[in-house]
Ligand binder design. Structure first.
Ligand code: FAD
Ligand code: N01
Length: 538
């Protein structure tokens, strides 16, 4: 590409990238490779994003490590060796640090710096970006790689701040180890984070009380070490794995059983569910094609799940409380666990169902529910995120005519392919609402998203355009399509962070794109090939 136009401009940078997770790091590395003057801004002291912040015991990926890694450089793929099928948080963080060093990405970043505001300057055709150190930078383009799961929420509970013991949050876990030995520990939240951390806390604590609002579906990971033989097999098959992943609905090489559910008898169906179960974790969500669309298939999967649950939990009352009701299997992300349900067979681990026994207040000593008070030394919040929109709406982002993004999205986000926002020229959002991101392997979605933004920048630079903005009607059509696709499945009828239901007061809209990573990539490529249809270039 020609960088002449951008070199001649008066801005501090051609592009500012906010975030140093999978998406931001990819974009910074590739912007620099394309000759752009790129500047990264990251609130954390280092790279890693999700894997920097979520360092609670038990944190690991639920997409296999070999797949949950960048695909853009064969040398990088060859030189990095994963030690487990599902890598732990420290290993994934080391990987991202390695990537940052190998491609000299850190030199482009300001760490420990939070973006507080960004405003579009119509006259100069650039973004002014304000940070919490009081500085302002300008760039022709602004790429928000701020993460779909990066804005933690801690519930408003009466007396919350009065608790005198230690408070921990899975999504902002301290770097130094926490000693649970002999401690009385409360855990609030039983999503994927809670389900991963609870068994590890229970290993050392004197007592663990889990406060559960909604029971979740969790399937064993069947994790294993990648010994030399397994690693050699994975390496030999890697090119094929990548090819399948890029063409799949969820960015992984695994697909659903090929024969339709309706064509099989009960015994054959059982065998298919068994095979998917043994594969482990989230992959159980797609044992059969149509499992999250057709109620009959979903009910059969749930029946299988409940029979497995009976093998895992000894106590009938506890098992009943841990049995999900009210949402179809897979319509909240299936959790991938290592001994989660079995933890409740331990005598010092107790479950409190908040549906029957809500929390009334927190006190200096602990937590009080309608059934009485319990005292704790440590309270752990595993209560999730203001997902997909929170990182963006918490920043003062002002587009054309001073339009504030937070206001524009008050009734739900409006995007074109997730990346383009009407009224906000030269702003690209990565892994945001309207993308398949959180439904797929996000190492690959990050590459796809970063590349799309950089292709747009290159295209405009080469053609002499100073701005690109999603057309309002195109964004509305994409947003409507996102809703329609979700509501044609069982996802649409389930309350979850996918719909904003986890956060009181948040607009209800289906946030990710449920039409499949493969379909999304095809649409995005067509937009690129056709000169960015749906965008106004000027
Ligand atoms: P992030 O990794 O969230 O990075 C965003 C960065 O932006 C953060 O570092 C944040 O500090 C920074 N930032 C945000 N706002 C600002 C601001 N205003 N100023 C400056 N910096 C800012 N996905 C999978 O595909 N497979 C998995 O196995 C998987 N496991 C997960 C496990 C956990 C515990 C969690 C929470 C998520 C998991 N995910 C998984 C989803 C995960 O978020 C993505 O895979 C991926 O890491 C997201 O990358 P990202 O770059 O888009 O965002
Ligand atoms: O967050 P969550 P998470 N009072 O929102 C409960 C990815 N991830 O951090 O379900 C009481 O899922 C809330 O209850 P409810 C993955 O994509 C992956 O666990 O809203 N409870 C729920 O039980 C995942 O989906 C991995 O009724 C309250 C919990 O807190 C996403 O990140 C690991 C409450 C929050 O669960 C988010 O997961 C970790 C309140 N006021 C994360 N408010 C892997 O395994 C909320 N809760 C790869």
């Amino acid at each position: 590409m020609s960088t002449r136009a951008v070199e001649e401009n008066a801005f501090d940078h051609d592009v500012i990238v906010v975030g140093a997770g999978f998406a931001g790091l990819y974009t910074v590395i590739h912007a620099a490779r394309r000759g752009l003057r790129v500047h990264g801004i990251e609130a954390a002291p280092g790279v890693g994003g999700t894997w920097f912040w979520n360092r609670y015991p038990g944190a690991r990926c639920d997409v296999e490590s070999i797949d949950y890694s960048y695909s853009f450089d064969p040398e990088l793929e060859r030189e990095w060796r994963w030690s487990e099928r599902y890598a732990t948080q420290p290993e994934i963080l080391r990987y991202l640090e390695h990537v940052a060093d190998r491609f000299e990405a850190r030199t482009h970043y300001s760490f420990n710096t939070r973006v507080t505001g960004a405003s579009w300057d119509e006259t100069a055709q650039c973004w002014h970006v304000d940070t919490d150190d009081g500085r302002r930078a300008t760039a022709a383009w602004l790429v928000m790689a701020t993460g779909p799961l990066s804005t933690p929420i801690v519930p408003e509970i009466t007396g919350r701040d009065s608790f005198a013991g230690q408070i921990l949050q899975t999504s902002a876990w301290p770097s130094e180890p926490v000693d649970f030995t002999g401690k009385r520990v409360a855990v609030i939240g039983t999503g994927a984070s809670g389900i991963q951390v609870i068994p590890l806390i229970a290993e050392d604590a004197a007592e663990v009380v889990v406060y559960q609002r909604t029971a979740n579906y969790s399937v064993p990971a069947f994790n294993f070490d990648l010994d030399d033989a397994e690693w050699a097999t994975q390496q030999t098959g890697l090119a094929r794995r990548r090819e399948l992943s890029w063409k799949s609905p969820a960015g992984s090489p695994w697909s659903s059983h090929l024969e339709p559910f309706a064509d099989l008898d009960d015994e054959a169906r059982e065998a298919v569910f068994n095979e998917a179960w043994q594969r482990g974790g989230v992959l159980f969500a797609k044992a059969f094609r149509g499992q999250t669309i057709e109620r009959e298939i979903n009910d059969a999967a749930r029946d299988f799940f409940e029979r497995k649950l009976a093998e895992r939990i000894a106590n009938d009352t506890t098992r009943s409380a841990l049995t999900p009701v009210g949402h179809a299997l897979g319509t909240k992300r299936i959790c991938t666990d290592s001994g989660y349900y079995e933890t409740y067979n331990l005598p010092h681990v107790h479950l409190v169902s908040l549906r029957t026994e809500p929390i009334t207040e927190m006190t200096p000593a602990g937590i009080t529910t309608t059934a009485g008070a319990r005292e704790f030394d440590i309270i752990v919040y595993a209560t999730g995120f203001d997902a997909m929109t929170g990182a963006l709406t918490s920043i003062e982002i002002r587009g054309r005519d001073g339009r504030l993004l937070r206001d524009e999205w008050a009734d739900g986000p409006i995007t074109l392919l997730g990346v383009g926002l009407p009224g906000f020229p030269n702003l690209c959002v990565l892994n945001g609402p309207g993308t398949p991101s959180v439904f797929a392997n996000m190492a690959l979605t990050s590459e796809q998203q970063g590349r799309f933004a950089l292709e747009l920048i290159d295209y405009c630079t080469n053609a002499g355009y100073s701005s690109a903005e999603a057309r309002a009607d195109a964004a509305e059509a994409w947003t409507q399509h996102t809703q329609d696709v979700a509501h044609a499945t069982l996802f649409g009828s389930s309350d979850s962070w996918y719909t904003g239901a986890n956060l009181p007061g948040k607009a209800r809209a289906f946030l990710p794109y449920a039409g499949g990573f493969d379909q999304f990539c095809a649409r995005a490529e067509a937009v690129i090939d056709n000169g960015f249809t749906g965008f106004v270039l000027s």
